[in-house]
Ligand binder design. Structure first.
Ligand SMILES: CC(C)(COP(=O)(O)OP(=O)(O)OC[C@H]1O[C@@H](n2cnc3c(N)ncnc32)[C@H](O)[C@@H]1OP(=O)(O)O)[C@@H](O)C(=O)NCCC(=O)NCCS
Length: 167
């Protein structure tokens, strides 16, 4: 898979082996560890495929994903290290393009009830709220005890919000 060049001098490239240590460190710093839990499943985030956004020779964002089946792709994480310059959008566009070309019919992801910013961000980019999984974080914490009780915006971290885009 080639590079995706977007506006604002951002370049998005598929993850390569030379990115792996950076991925592990970024996930640990932002999500407590490189283990990612969604819908009761534990992923080794540092081993997943993904995309890196680059700007001015620096890595400015990471998206990881996995194929749930041949036609369904889950975005397992998204982080921007330079918010507001288009990195998050470019990474999301890259995974959607990749999924479409791979023959996927659905791209989905979960965010959590405290993440008001992400809920708006995804909906503004065409994702639709599919389900609210109440108290899903109770299950997640059994798999990843470092998940905090209080999340962003000082909101109790409790539910998974499932968003999808049908391709
Ligand atoms: C959610 C997140 C990934 C967004 O990443 P980002 O790099 O800031 O995203 P973008 O820069 O593409 O877009 C952010 C805003 O900047 C604006 N923007 C982007 N490029 C711009 C530019 N060149 N000039 C002016 N505004 C710009 C966009 O309009 C967008 O606002 P909107 O959502 O109201 O449309 C980021 O906030 C983040 O990492 N959050 C913490 C981790 C997280 O919550 N991840 C998702 C959990 S599932």
């Amino acid at each position: 898979m080639g590079e995706f060049i977007s506006w604002n001098n951002l370049t998005v490239r598929p993850l390569s082996d030379t990115d792996r240590t950076w991925v592990r460190d970024l996930l640990a710093e932002h999500w407590g560890s490189s283990q990612i839990v969604s819908r009761g499943r534990l992923h080794d985030g540092a081993a997943l495929p993904g995309f890196v956004a680059w700007a001015g020779g620096e890595r400015v964002g990471l998206l990881t994903y996995c194929f749930e089946s041949a036609t369904v792709c889950e975005v397992t994480s998204l982080n921007s290290l330079a918010e507001g310059i288009g990195a998050g959008t470019a990474l999301l566009e890259a995974v959607i393009t990749m999924a479409r070309e791979a023959g996927c019919v659905r791209v989905w992801l979960v965010t959590t009830n405290d993440n008001l910013h992400a809920l708006g961000f995804y909906q503004r980019r065409g994702f639709v709220l599919k389900a609210v999984h109440n108290n899903a974080l109770e299950t997640s914490r059994r798999l990843k005890p470092e998940i905090p009780l209080i999340g962003m915006n000082n909101i109790p971290l409790r539910d998974e919000l499932e968003l999808e885009m049908l391709l």
